[in-house]
Design a protein around this ligand. Structure first.
Ligand SMILES: Cc1cc2nc3c(=O)[nH]c(=O)nc-3n(C[C@H](O)[C@H](O)[C@H](O)COP(=O)(O)O)c2cc1C
Length: 342
């Protein structure tokens, strides 16, 4: 369903972002492993937003097929690559061989060579930045845009909130467009972030709550009932010996099992039964598998319920077009209010 809205102020403030992305509205549906497939990309694309295909740890052949489906839409979209996923090296090959408009590096951060390789293949690049140093490093590496993601977000996260990142990075007018994510679920917030200079806003949790999202009904129902404070970050028991990227998810048995896994891996590291890199891969395999259990199989106890704190800002599932209309008209109204205030 196409969404035609008269929102001149949002369009004006979002122009740098929409020009960069090649879409009508400055809203990105963040790549979510097991959730953001080509059908979600299509649903977002049809509403004038920017869809992202999540590579997660899918088999490379499937990623290639999914890219073909996205390319058939004939519009702009991105592929989200998780740099800490076991299949990341194979995924890089696929995106280099295929025609992908934008590649978003997530999970950790890409090496300079990866950015250069993807750009040389004709794709634009964007990197997640969860700290000011990663933001500066990725600009030096040549990325075309940044995605500042605060620790309020769902999934793999850094430790710095969006409020701080905005002041550390966005307010210093970096040389590339800066998209922002983490804790965004309302049009009012979008309006203020655009006023601050954001090129656009990425959301994950809010789009899980769309009718078009194929996540299991139980997964969505749990989101609908959850409060903001239930979306907590995982602990890291030993940041030196086993550095794990934190994950924000709703508390359940799966979260406890992750604690047990860390303890077990630390014991194996002590005894020399396993190397650090292998242990880190096991951690990522755990998350990919646990998220699948929850999203695909509906196991909301032992599976992983990755969710941002924004989960507390929504309590119902809506058609995608309604989400776009609600958010964008609210953003436009807020901009008018601000104008009158001044
Ligand atoms: C269930 C879930 C899975 C996610 N998986 C990924 C992923 O595979 N790659 C990625 O870059 N970000 C992932 N994210 C983060 C989103 O793309 C997005 O940046 C984040 O959800 C924004 O914060 P919000 O949830 O407050 O909107 C995931 C988020 C959720 C909720």
């Amino acid at each position: 369903m196409s969404v035609e809205l008269t929102i001149p102020q949002v369009n004006k403030l979002g122009k740098a972002g929409t020009d960069f992305l090649g879409v009508r509205y400055p809203l990105i549906s963040g790549g979510m492993t097991w959730i953001s497939d080509s059908s979600l990309v299509k649903a977002v694309h049809d509403c004038g937003g920017f869809g992202v295909l999540a590579a997660g740890n899918m088999p490379p052949e499937l990623l290639a097929e999914e890219i073909d489906r996205c390319n058939a839409l004939g519009g702009a979209y991105a592929v989200n690559l998780v740099t800490i996923a076991p299949n990341y090296p194979a995924h890089r090959k696929v995106v280099v061989e295929k025609d992908v408009p934008l590649v978003i590096f997530a999970g950790n951060f890409p090496k300079r060579q990866a950015v250069e390789e993807v750009k040389a293949a004709g794709s634009k690049t964007m990197s997640f930045a969860s700290t000011i140093s990663i933001a500066e490093q990725q600009i030096r590496f040549g990325v075309d845009a940044l995605l500042l993601e605060g620790s309020e977000a769902g999934g793999h996260i850094g430790h710095v909130s969006l409020t701080i990142l905005l002041q550390q990075v966005l307010f210093h007018n970096p040389s590339v467009p800066v998209f922002v994510a983490g804790g965004i679920a309302t049009g009012k917030m979008v309006a203020h972030l655009l006023l601050m200079g954001a090129a656009g806003c990425q959301m994950g949790t809010r789009f899980v709550m769309s009718e078009e999202c194929l996540a299991h009904d139980k997964f969505k129902a749990r989101f609908a009932a959850a409060r903001a404070r239930e979306a907590v970050s995982t602990p890291a028991f030993d940041r030196v010996r086993l550095p794990v990227v934190a994950v924000r998810a709703l508390q359940n048995k799966g979260m406890q099992q992750f604690g047990d896994l860390q303890m077990d891996l630390l014991k194996q590291l002590d005894s020399g039964a396993i190397k650090r890199e292998e242990a880190q891969l096991k951690v990522e395999e755990y998350w990919m598998g646990a998220l699948r259990h929850a999203v695909v199989d509906g196991d909301i106890e032992a599976g992983s319920l990755m969710a941002g704190q924004s989960v507390g800002l929504m309590d119902r599932i809506q058609p995608m077009a309604e989400i776009f209309e609600d958010m964008l008209t609210e953003a436009e109204t807020e901009l008018t209010r601000v104008k009158e205030l001044l």
